[in-house]
Ligand binder design. Structure first.
Ligand code: HEC
Length: 126
């Protein structure tokens, strides 16, 4: 009985830990949604599902089933053939985020917000 209690306690503890894993701050994607409308929607569509530029809600399908963080950030930073680079825009103060484990990457705050928003609109199951 005592053993079962211990196992249960451990299970609950691990559930507790899972619940505490860092969830994105809700205000960040919300701000990103607004910025997306201002900076990206003209080409990528109001809902991000494509316009004159590709659908951005299926980026998750391009990688290993996970959101291609570095590629997406790079694309915003560098632009593309027909896409402007956003590195020179005033995108707010730079914050350091851990995109790859153990590596801090400086990212402008507004770019981070757009990127977090893009992550929330992915449609992996279509
Ligand atoms: C002037 C139009 C235009 C604007 C504004 C624009 N894009 Fe793009 N974007 C494109 C085009 C066109 C492509 C694909 C061809 C290329 O690389 O130029 C693209 C490609 C991308 C890709 C790669 C998609 C893929 O399937 O690999 C990402 C990610 C992306 N854009 C994100 C953004 C974000 C985020 C913003 C706003 C900060 C933005 N774009 C603003 C035109 C635009």
């Amino acid at each position: 009985m005592e053993r079962r209690t211990a196992a249960l306690t451990m299970m609950l503890a691990s559930l507790g830990l899972a619940a505490c894993s860092p969830a994105p701050e809700p205000s960040i994607p919300a701000r990103g949604a607004k910025l997306f409308q201002q900076t990206c929607a003209a080409c990528h569509g109001a809902d991000g599902r494509g316009g004159s530029a590709p659908d951005l809600t299926r980026l998750i399908m391009d990688g290993s089933g996970t959101f291609p963080s570095i590629e997406t950030l790079n694309r915003m930073h560098e632009g593309g053939d027909a896409m402007p680079a956003f590195r020179d825009l005033a995108l707010g103060p730079t914050v350091v985020v851990e995109i790859e484990e153990g590596i801090g990457t400086p990212v402008p705050e507004d770019m981070l917000a757009i990127w977090r928003y893009l992550e929330t609109i992915q449609r992996p199951d279509l």
